[in-house]
Design a protein around this ligand. Structure first.
Ligand SMILES: *Cc1c(COP(=O)(O)O)cnc(C)c1O
Length: 379
């Protein structure tokens, strides 16, 4: 088992947890591979010109995404702030300084209602006004066409959970570009698969934002922004280290840049067939250990990347509480998992009475601990 005690966390009285809930920010993102930590340690010993470092790190992102340019950000959320700021203010110093007051600037960002997530606050942080189209069942092309006007700064496209009823990215790009409006994408949790690094750029997106601290396994506070050279230049004008920018509050340090670049280079070199097989085996273990318990329906969910939503990019296990279930409620089971020793975090969804075991952050052997603890609680 890899959950060792940590002197530091112990001294602070913080209890490490087993994370069967995925790359969730509140559970610590991901675990950086040792070469990433080493790159950060090495970078910490020197001074560098941050413009030079940002430029060279951006060149790596450009090369690996196929975009014209790239920028290391302070997470995908910060990337969304910079996407909006770049499209609203460009790199005009007086406009950069004026944000989030957008008086005199185009400030509307068109977004599918089906794409609204809590993170879209980050577009508004830059001063954008969100203009919704469609509903959760369907969106018509005429709705997008009608929503674009002389105040439109960008069309946003978000790959979040259950993106039902949205137009395809390709179609959105065609409609927006015909009206000279850029398309900005939040694909925070869409890595892996690594193909997605270049996919949305290839489909015509003008800027794409990813998390560096989820499946890429870089520092949790980093992200990747890739896109058109002029827009990345504008994003940088609106970003740290520029002190007069809205993005100054989302500074990235040299150590984080070193960690992200190293993690990204490792990510594109990873054998994801093997990783997927490992995730599936861990999920299958949980299914095997629990499938005989009466009143539960335990299901192995196969990876379905074609659904283009974060949690379908890998296998997982789902434990459904059927009407025949007579034991503790789903929420009581979750509480017992959290309060046990070691504490275990799983995922729940608001719309179904089930527990999800998500294997992506489950370290070797921990799947046995989780299955054993679940069996203990459920029998
Ligand atoms: C995680 C997530 C974000 C935020 O990404 P960070 O890198 O944590 O800032 C934004 N959008 C979606 C859909 C996400 O899943």
């Amino acid at each position: 088992m890899t959950t060792q005690s940590s002197d530091f966390y112990q001294r602070l009285g913080v209890k490490p947890i087993i994370n069967a809930a995925s790359w969730i920010t509140v559970h610590g993102g991901s675990i950086m591979p040792p070469p990433v930590v080493q790159a950060m340690e090495e970078a910490s010993r020197w001074f560098v010109d941050m413009h030079d470092l940002n430029q060279k790190a951006g060149d790596v992102i450009a090369r690996l995404t196929g975009a014209e340019a790239g920028l290391v950000t302070a997470g995908s959320a910060a990337g969304m702030v910079l996407e909006a700021a770049a499209c609203i203010a460009g790199n005009d110093p007086s406009k950069v300084w004026q944000l989030p007051d957008t008086t005199g600037m185009k400030n509307e960002i068109v977004i599918h209602r089906a794409h609204r997530v809590n993170y879209d606050h980050n577009f508004r942080t830059a001063g954008a006004k969100l203009v919704e189209i469609g509903n959760t069942g369907a969106t018509h092309e005429w709705e997008l066409e009608a929503a674009i006007n002389e105040n439109t700064a960008a069309v946003a496209y978000v790959f979040g959970p259950r993106p039902g009823g949205a137009l395809s990215l390709t179609r959105v790009v065609e409609i927006a570009h015909a009206r000279d409006v850029p398309v900005i994408v939040d694909a925070a949790a869409m890595l892996p698969p690594p193909e997605n690094l270049s996919k949305y750029i290839r489909q015509g997106a003008d800027m794409v934002s990813f998390s560096g601290g989820k499946g890429v396994m870089g520092p949790q506070s980093t992200g990747i922004l890739a896109g058109r050279a002029d827009l990345i230049e504008a994003a940088y004008a609106n970003s740290a280290p520029n002190s007069e920018s809205i993005g100054r509050s989302a500074k990235v340090c040299k150590e984080e840049i070193a960690g992200l670049v190293t993690a990204l280079e490792m990510f594109v070199d990873t054998d994801f067939d093997a990783v997927q097989a490992d995730w599936r085996a861990k999920s299958a273990h949980v299914v095997d250990r629990l499938s005989d318990i009466p009143g539960l329906r335990v299901e192995l969910l196969e990876a379905q990347p074609e659904l283009e939503e974060p949690d379908s990019n890998h296998a997982s296990a789902e434990i459904h509480f059927t009407p025949q279930w007579t034991g503790p409620s789903r929420d009581e089971v979750v509480r017992m998992l959290e309060e046990g020793e070691p504490g275990i975090r799983v995922r729940v969804r608001s719309y179904t009475d089930s527990i999800l075991f998500i294997p992506v952050n489950v370290r070797n052997g921990e799947e046995e601990v989780v299955a054993r603890r679940l069996r203990e609680i459920l029998t």
